[in-house]
Ligand binder design. Structure first.
Ligand SMILES: [Zn+2]
Length: 157
């Protein structure tokens, strides 16, 4: 977890554009988290960096289990870590991943992680950054990744 400071608050506009310096920090943190990945079964290492509205950056990695089912993705590790710190207001997440930690392509969040993000994040404004290299990135909104998603507001309708 790293504090980015008040002066580095991301600037979000409708056309999915965010502060380049913040984005660089997020991509670097996601790549750094690959080192912590525990993936002895799939050997597919994933790192994530979740940015909260107050400028906190929460790193996460995938954590596998011999029983497979209890395994957890990097994105959810980051979200649960942040929530356990009392933070629930998120702006963006960066995800990177690849076999043995070698990132050769974009690594989009799985369906379960998209749903977990949907619990805390606005699908119209929350940004998911996928990175192949620090320079080669793709940005999508959560709503683009999970259209017509099920959220807490669905329950009250
Ligand atoms: Zn996942």
């Amino acid at each position: 977890m790293r504090f980015l400071g008040r002066g580095l608050m991301p600037v979000m506009i409708r056309e999915i554009h965010m502060n380049e310096q913040i984005k660089k920090e997020m991509v670097a943190e996601a790549f750094r988290m690959l080192e912590y990945s525990y993936a002895p079964y799939s050997h597919f290492k994933v790192g994530a960096a979740l940015l909260s509205a107050n400028g906190m950056l929460y790193g996460g990695c995938n954590v596998e289990n011999a029983a497979y089912g209890p395994s957890n993705c990097a994105e959810r590790t980051a979200v649960f870590r942040a929530v356990a710190c009392g933070d629930r207001d998120f702006t963006a997440i960066c995800v990177v991943g690849g076999k043995e930690g070698e990132v050769t392509d974009f690594c989009p969040p799985c369906g379960v992680c998209r749903q977990v993000l949907r619990e805390f994040c606005d699908p119209d404004t929350f940004i998911v950054i996928l990175a192949k290299t620090p320079e080669e990135t793709k940005e999508l909104t959560l709503g683009e990744l999970l259209p017509f998603g099920f959220g807490k507001e669905t329950l009250v309708n």
